[in-house]
Design a protein around this ligand. Sequence first.
Ligand code: BES
Ligand code: MN
Ligand code: MN
Length: 446
Amino acid sequence: MTDLAARVAEVLPSVRADLADLVRIESVWADPARHAEVHRSAAAVAELLTGAGFPDVEIVAAGGAPAVIARHPAPPGAPTVLLYAHHDVQPEGDPAQWNSPPFTPTEADGRLYGRGAADDKAGIAIHLGAMRAFGGAPPVGLTVFVEGEEESGSPTLGALLHAHREALAADVIVIADSANWTTEIPALTVSLRGLVDCEVEVATLDKGLHSGLWGGVVPDALAVLVRLLASLHDDDGNVAVAGLHVPPQSQQSLDLTPEQVRADARLLAGVREIGSGTACQRMWFKPAVTVIGIDTTAVAAASNTLLPRARAKISMRVAPGGDPAAHLAALRAHLQAHAPWGAQVSVTDGELGQPYAIDATGPIYDAVRAAMQTAWGVPPVDMGMGGSIPFIAEFAAAFPAATIVVTGPEDPASAAHSVNESLDLGVLARATTAEALFLAALAPGD
Ligand code: BES
Ligand code: MN
Ligand code: MN
């Protein structure tokens, strides 16, 4: 074991305890009732970073959620590295479906359970652990940037980057918000899908009508909406929207067997996969469409009425290389063209998130791979990512000369955004060691 790895092992218990305390804070920015919790988590993160030895720590905001910027100046001749994570978390969903309370950190089977334990409070823990392993005196300049509204699409990130450009400028940007291939095999994330969404409302009547009197004669809006949403996929489950970007599907060296897909996704008995191509091609390099919500009469309130209007929210993943604005336009055109029976359709555009693909070659990526290999005992794989981190493109545009490295604490069992989210504590140790070794390798004269 290198000295630095031994130092990480020494500080890890404190890092785990601090991560557990962060998990207790219900930092759900998407829930306005919990904005005070997001402020509390920003304050907690700022305090931890100050305690770890950052001389310059500030909580900043640009009309949105509070973010934390902590800086340690670069020793002469050393580069500056920006370490990113986010302290906001997804809503917890139905607490009854959790095996332990969502905001009570709970350790079991070598994992830490709780909302945000992996996505992405573990990212904060990794940066904190690296700084502590250096005893507060890192061999490179370090800027830790912990955002508070990533799960809401980072609406004010552009403004923050603009307002704090000098403070955030770096030679290398490490984004610790992605996943590893398994708990034993580390990964460098080299591509991510983009994301667009919209709301569609269909209307057929100006008010509800008795379903006995008018049923079978005039259409209700929910029947229209169901057919319209069904038109988004073909019978095999491929996306049926015309004009989407589908890059040439190269053969992946990595893939998941149908058994792994079934186990990792917890697919229920009898339910089949959708779409064509290998699992990794479909996850990483093809578009996907998901209906993420419907507004209509709840079953408990249902009566024998033809519903006059109904609404759905649709989310689409954009393959690397695709243009989100063009995808949103294609989705809008599809929705406007496919409603049956002349129903009125209105589409409201939502968010746009850029996909990203990295050319992960050159000395800096070599150094990351070497650090991962030392920390994990096996070389990392290059992996795509079906999820999205839209602000990566914003960072890349703001700091075009910076090298962007995407890593993270998740593994296939982490269940980010779902119930029983968890972090593998072995991964926390290895990822923290890898980050510390990587930073040490960037020091001049190393
Ligand atoms: N950390 C995730 C992205 C991710 C998910 C990386 C799984 C690796 C594995 C991030 O917090 C996230 O959830 N992003 C959102 C995007 C957004 C604009 C809300 C997503 O992918 O839905
Ligand atoms: Mn995340
Ligand atoms: Mn997330």
